[in-house]
Design a protein. Structure first.
Length: 364
């Protein structure tokens, strides 16, 4: 993929509807370096600042200058007396890490990088009102820095991790290339690649659901993921919204593929798979199939409370007595045959009822 200049990106955005009027306001922050001695003197106002987490700061390890982006400092005027000085708005963790590093810096070309917001003292106001006005500006900037700054999505992280060779990211990218799917420019580069929406459950599919087959880097697991995607394409690939993959629906269908292959046999396996291919998309769109399910166990809930009940109802209406349904006895058999407890009903009380079912008390 070719790189673009900012000018080209701006033009693309304008063509897509970017309408922000040109203009600017506010006082620019001033870049400086703080020596270790100066870093130790920076203050923190607990009126709006969060506490430092020991676990978080321990996770950073030693000071890495390539990651030490500037700390944001508010420089209050000397007229504030005890409330004057340099106050940390954003980056107290960085200051602690730098101060602990043993690096001194000269304060001119080296040290801890900082960006300073300078405040003027308003002599027409009282000291108290000056302090309140400055504190308000600090709090507004603190909130903006911690809410407006966009957090990296998992796809953003994977895209970067793949570039520097992180194994999991490379495996995910490889599988997505094989499936010819893409999410926000990560995955397949082919123009006809299907776009994955709601990436979280798609990610769970690739990283969690096939661990018993060796995980995503194993050819067997990759083959089974491809088989699940083939079933998704048969069910939803030609539907009105089949140009996009709903990540939760994809995961549910991959789980369904495994349930059919590992938990069912013979005629019931053939009948249920045929129904899934021919009827499931008529009964539920991708969105309706997964609507209301957001937890990690969504595929189990979707199978047991949406797909199987619909299948059983339609089979009962079609065949009445002797219908090829999948109810209590077959569910217990499916778990035993597959040796996979994930095929159990996700509601523990309901699963206990299913296990204690007495054959003959409910039509099977």
């Amino acid at each position: 993929m070719a790189s673009k200049t900012i000018g080209q990106i701006l033009l693309d955005l304008q063509q897509k509807g970017y309408k922000q009027s040109p203009g600017f306001h506010g006082k620019p922050l001033v870049p400086e370096f703080a020596t270790r001695e100066e870093a130790l003197t920076k203050k923190v106002d607990d009126e709006y600042q969060r506490l430092i987490s020991v676990l978080k700061i321990n996770s950073y390890g030693e000071c890495d200058f390539s990651l030490l982006i500037p700390v944001i400092i508010s420089r209050r005027p000397s007229e504030l007396g005890d409330l004057s000085g340099d106050y940390t708005i954003d980056g107290q963790n960085k200051l602690v890490i730098y101060a602990n590093s043993g690096h001194d810096g000269d304060g001119k070309t080296s040290g801890c990088p900082i960006m300073v917001m300078n405040h003027d003292y308003n002599h027409t106001m009282s000291l108290k009102d000056n302090y309140k006005a400055i504190l308000k500006e600090e709090a507004k900037l603190y909130q903006a820095l911690n809410t407006l700054r966009k957090k990296l999505t998992r796809v953003d992280e994977l895209r970067a991790e793949a570039v520097y060779g992180e194994p999991l990211a490379l495996n995910i990218e490889s599988v997505m290339e094989t499936l010819n799917v893409v999410s926000d420019r990560f995955g397949s580069k082919k123009p006809n690649a299907k776009e994955v929406k709601s990436f979280a459950h798609f990610y769970y599919t690739l990283t969690s659901d096939y661990e018993r087959f060796g995980g995503i880097g194993n050819p067997l697991a990759a083959s089974k993921i491809s088989s699940g995607y083939d079933l998704w394409k048969d069910i939803y690939g030609e539907t009105p919204n089949g140009d996009k993959i709903h990540g939760t629906a994809f995961r549910a269908i991959c789980f369904l593929r495994r349930f059919i292959d590992e938990g069912l046999t013979n005629g019931i396996q053939e009948n249920f798979e045929k129904w899934c291919r021919e009827e499931l998309s008529k009964q539920f769109s991708q969105v309706n199939l997964v609507k209301g399910f957001t937890s990690y166990d969504s595929p189990r809930w979707i199978l047991h409370t949406r797909i199987l009940p619909k299948y059983n109802d339609m089979m009962t209406n079609m065949y009445s007595t002797g219908a090829p349904t999948i109810r209590e006895n077959r569910l217990v058999q499916a778990v035993a045959m597959s040796n996979d407890n994930r095929f159990q009903h996700p509601d523990e009380q309901e699963w206990e009822r299913i296990k204690n079912y007495k054959k003959g008390s409910i039509t099977e």
